[in-house]
Design a protein around this ligand. Sequence first.
Ligand code: ADP
Ligand code: MG
Length: 271
Amino acid sequence: MTAFEISHLSMSYGGRRRQVTALDDITATISEHQKWGIVGESGSGKTTLLKILAGLVTPTSGKVSFFSQPLDRSNKEVMAQLRMSVQMVFQDPRSSLNPRMKVGDIVSEPLRSPLLAHRPGVPRDHKARVAEVLNAVGLPHSAATGYPHEFSGGQRQRIALARALAPNPRILLADEPVSALDVNVRAHVLNLLNSLVDSMELTLVMVTHDLSVVRHTCDHVCVLAGGRLVESGKTADIMNHPQQAYTQELVSAVPRPDDGPLQARQTRLAQ
Ligand code: ADP
Ligand code: MG
């Protein structure tokens, strides 16, 4: 099944005087159970695309359908289904976790949302579900009684992941989920994300500026530059036979295992 059908999507910010074109005529299909990487430099429109898929931003023109239904922010039923099935993880767990809330309440927050509370498939026993997802991300049950500041960056991103997984979503949208973390914990969190997506049979759309993260995690990739879709396809094809000069440059900048000093980094990512 097609999760998202994106057709001639464009997005401009700002008024008549100063307009910024964040996305320019994007067309793509994201099928269920695929793991998509959206790659591009800072300012290329990656976050904007993810926010549109999350129903947080209305595009200027073009269409997105979500499981064959037009994604329209005024259509309450579609938005409810989107809230049901799609969860997001953001770049910086410092700002995405409420510092005044206990971890258990943070993780169970989506379960308490009026939109999700009585939907089939959404766990009713919140305490048990919190324990279950904390366990899934490798944190002890006792983490539920702590506050975010008591945890390291990597642990906080695990908490954000637990919160996203709590309501049993079908789709996970992740915006640079490891960029804000120390290099030595990135691979661990990425591996965790990867194995949870596989075991929970989720569809993943992950934004990153780092092609080696995509190579490690995603089976499909699309490359954005200046709001335009440069190239998209299977990760192996793009990595081995990039067609566009821009992509060729990106790919050649990804360190290879035989590149000497960078080997350590590659090895870590491969673990
Ligand atoms: P990326 O995530 O790839 O860095 P973004 O989607 O955040 O790219 O931004 C794409 C372009 O849109 C950038 O030029 C950015 O400055 C602009 N932009 C993003 N959000 C807004 C906003 N809320 N208002 C105005 N311009 C924005
Ligand atoms: Mg961004």
